[in-house]
Design a protein. Structure first.
Length: 143
């Protein structure tokens, strides 16, 4: 019985490590064909919500990735504003559009401390997920 438990724990540990693995691709992702722009940079940020001004002069809304969740899961912004996602988790995440108007957006793999920004130039509801953790989902509503 003890040997089976040890094997089970070993398998679970290997699975947990594999789930957190990803490439260290640092290239920027996302579409910019008329609907918005993206930027992926490295750095740390804490907290979430809106408030910080972006360099483009518009407000920036912040979303963090923590405990394999987007926090907050749903944000509402004005057309022309930017959302900045920051990975405050110990595992790799992505931000990938699943539905909504305009061009697609997709980050590269975001390791702990990495950020991804996308400027929303089209009004509508945008659903997005982490492609590594498909149950990790969120929504951006642009008015």
């Amino acid at each position: 019985m003890t040997k089976r438990l040890a094997v089970l724990i070993s398998c679970l540990a290997i699975g947990a490590v594999a789930a957190g693995c990803g490439s260290s691709d640092k290239s920027g992702g996302g579409g910019s064909s008329g609907g918005g722009g993206s930027d992926k940079s490295s750095g740390s940020s804490s907290g979430y919500g809106s408030g910080a001004a972006s360099k483009s002069g518009g407000a920036s809304t912040k979303v963090v990735m923590k405990d394999i969740q987007f926090k907050p899961m749903n944000v509402t912004i004005k057309k022309g504003q930017t959302v900045q996602w920051t990975n405050n988790d110990s595992v790799t995440h992505t931000v990938t559009k699943q539905g909504g108007p305009g061009p697609d957006f997709k980050s590269s793999n975001l390791n702990g401390g990495d950020t991804y920004k996308y400027k929303f130039a089209t009004a509508g509801k945008f659903d997005y997920v982490c492609t590594i953790h498909p149950n990790q989902a969120g929504t951006v509503t642009v008015k």
